[in-house]
Design a protein around this ligand. Sequence first.
Ligand code: ADP
Ligand code: MG
Length: 479
Amino acid sequence: MSVPASPTDLQAVIGLEVHLHLNTRTKIFSAASTDYFGQEPNTFTDPLTLGLPGTLPTLNARAVDLAIMFGLALGCDVSGFTQFHRKNYFYPDAPKNFQLSQYDRPIARNGAVMVDGERIGITRAHLEDDAGKLMHPLYAPYSLLDLNRAGMPLIEMVTEPELRSPEQARKFLTLIRAVAQSLGVSEANPEEGQMRCDVNVSVHRPGTPFGTKVEVKNLNSFRSVQRALEYEIARQTRVLQAGGTITQDTMGWDDGGGRTFVMRTKEGEADYRYFPEPDLPPLDITPEWIERVRAQMPELPDRKRERYVAAGLREADADAISVDVPQSRFLDAALRHDPKLHVQKLANWLLTDVAGWLAAREQSLTASHLTPEHLASLVGLVEAGGISGKMAKDLLPEVMEGADPAALVQERGLSVVTDTAAIEAAVDAAMAANPAAVEQVRAGNLKAANALFGPVMKAMNGQAGPDVVRQVLNARLGL
Ligand code: ADP
Ligand code: MG
């Protein structure tokens, strides 16, 4: 490759491989439970998971349903025969000495999703079993092996090399997580290892063939995906600028040090000696099967976004909430409690006050004690003029801890003052204090009434409903 004139004429090319743990009760080829997170090592195993001789796999039908659903959501072709292959390798985390994966007949093929208005092709998605986990205690002369994860059902999806920036890669992953969570296909929580990502990245000058790629493996947060990509793009650009060449390496990511490192040079497919799994029959995914799964598909993020916008939510808020499944579930549940509430009012609370409170405490919406019912009730009280916005904000910390806002309001006798006598007195005082404004209003400058409105609200200590104040003021001014 010739040396480019400046870094700016080099363009990144990115393809992702995403692994998702499927949301099944049992493992993909045996009846061992999948519920091992946080449990004792090696207690969620069985003879098949341990790779004992004579054990035979049985395919988990639920895993197949979920893979079909995920494939459909990604616009893939999922019809026809699919089959498992053995991918042979010898490593302590895989006691069978092979992975059961899919090779030339993956369950889903040729899909696409839209990211920021650009089409990103999905090459394929296939089913496979996960390996166990090796741990290397610092300074210990041994390694530890936990096979709880071995045999977990995985779906691996591979994209075309069509992503162009670390930012776009991150948006893609956010969308995929939202799709998987909306469908219930996967919890897709990177922190719990349910969503892992390998990134492939190269740089080239547009209009010329793609450059040599490197693969950075096992990234377990969206943030490390973005950082690893930024680092690699800068590194490759520097190497090419200095007249060097990129070697096709498999790399790891050192999150603390903020850099990639070479793990091994790429193995070829031939090294895995793929062959069809003799203990599992091929699977014929019939049109009836597909339609049965399609009929159970919940609403996808795109559809959700359209629904919110149609209900009057700002586009930017609809974008954010529709790819945040806990948030959109919460919003939908609050709307079910009080369908008369405007979606924007609820979203404002969710995205600012509630989100701010949670962020300050590093809490998640799901783990918090706030219920959709309570948020709907709080917003409803403000909207109906029962309490002021300021009162609602004052109540929020307690509501976040699980208190029922309606009960708090009653207990404390909170309510905006609707006693018009008090408001009338405040209005009269404000008019007496600002005769000039009164003159102007009477002369036809209606805006001048605002100069009276503020002092009345202040005199009422934020306890008066703005609508009532407006009414009394207008009546007194003869409007
Ligand atoms: P491999 O032979 O290494 O498995 P594949 O062609 O199967 O390569 O692609 C694996 C992943 O790498 C895919 O996500 C694909 O989009 C991506 N990819 C392929 N070529 C490039 C490239 N030149 N630059 C960046 N990513 C690439
Ligand atoms: Mg490949």
